[in-house]
Design a protein around this ligand. Structure first.
Ligand SMILES: Cc1cc2nc3c(=O)[nH]c(=O)nc-3n(C[C@H](O)[C@H](O)[C@H](O)COP(=O)(O)OP(=O)(O)OC[C@H]3O[C@@H](n4cnc5c(N)ncnc54)[C@H](O)[C@@H]3O)c2cc1C
Ligand code: FES
Length: 279
């Protein structure tokens, strides 16, 4: 069996500064060895430990889609030691990745259903992976209607603008982008994600909703979804607990008996209501 601690060498292929404040960057990483690219089999919603020798490693959601062959994309907010070191990196530099870890989104359950994807802030990363996966020509027919609600604090805080403008043009996705407060550059929607979700009122029949965002957004969005008729086992959420090993060994991320790194990070709202409120 492969050693789960063994890092995979990768090279930074492209760096995208996502936000006006330059505090969030996306890193497109290319596998150093073709054999690693073939072995790294992941599903949307999983995460990996990304690191730089000498600086340490951090758990980061995989923002690319499994259909994006040969590369992995991670979107990193500058926070502390590891993420700051990543932000100072340049294209061509070598980094490493361990993973993929976690359960990911329940793709088999989602197939054949209408999907509502709701994201707030930079927690949109794994939702971007999921949206790209569904929109891929090989996959689009396997899912029903696709509605995406995505919000950020300001226009400058919106990430993946290159994807958003592509998705706007398509007729096989209903996209609703909103900002808490616009500025002189913004002619789009204003309003908080829960309010916009209420206005959009996506149908709950034969539908799953996948929601990721800051705790305050989740807290106000869940009651809206329940009112729209979504059952708790069809409301899917991804948690970001503090993690170290990523593989259920160190005990850093547990909620009650569950290790978020191993049993999650994806849980249904029904599962979360049965767990201690430590997240
Ligand atoms: C499953 C999972 C997926 C994640 N996905 C992403 C992602 O896609 N993009 C991204 O930028 N970040 C993501 N994070 C958060 C990321 O792991 C932390 O921001 C990172 O580990 C900070 O490391 P650091 O060494 O730079 O900062 P540190 O020096 O460790 O800490 C700096 C600051 O960040 C806070 N912090 C540290 N770890 C976490 C954490 N896990 N959650 C919240 N705050 C933390 C600390 O309290 C401190 O205020 C994810 C975390 C998890 C568990
Ligand atoms: S991060 Fe070590 S047990 Fe989850």
């Amino acid at each position: 069996m492969a050693n789960p601690y063994l890092p995979i060498p990768m090279v930074i292929n492209n760096i995208i500064t996502e936000t006006t404040a330059r505090d969030i960057k996306s890193f497109e990483l290319k596998f150093r060895h073709e054999s690693d690219a073939e072995r790294f089999d992941y599903v949307c919603g999983q995460f990996a430990e990304i690191g730089i020798f000498g600086a340490g490693e951090s758990p980061i959601g995989i923002a690319s889609s499994p259909m994006d062959k040969g590369i992995l994309q991670f979107t990193v907010k500058r926070a502390g030691r590891v993420t700051k070191t990543f932000h100072s990196c340049e294209e061509g530099m070598e980094v490493h990745v361990r993973g993929p870890y976690g359960n990911g989104f329940p793709m088999e359950d989602l197939e054949g259903s209408n999907l509502v994807i709701i994201g707030g802030g930079f927690a949109f990363t794994t939702l971007r992976s999921l949206t790209r996966f569904i929109l891929h020509p090989e996959n689009r027919d396997r899912f029903g209607d696709l509605t995406v609600v995505y919000g950020a604090r300001s226009p400058g805080d919106l990430i993946y603008k290159y994807d958003l403008s592509d998705w706007e043009e398509r007729d096989n996705i209903d996209l609703f982008v909103t900002v808490d407060k616009g500025d002189e550059t913004w002619s789009g929607r204003e309003g908080f994600v829960p309010t916009v979700t209420q206005e959009v009122a996506p149908g709950s029949e034969n539908a799953y909703v996948i929601v990721c965002g800051p705790p305050v957004m989740i807290r106000f969005t869940i009651p809206v979804l329940v009112e729209l008729g979504f059952e708790p086992d069809r409301i899917i959420n991804s948690l970001e607990m503090r993690m170290k090993c990523g593989i259920g060994k160190c005990g850093r991320c547990n909620i009650g008996e569950k290790f978020v790194c191993k049993h999650g990070p994806v849980f249904t709202f029904q599962q979360l209501t049965g767990m201690p409120q430590e997240y």
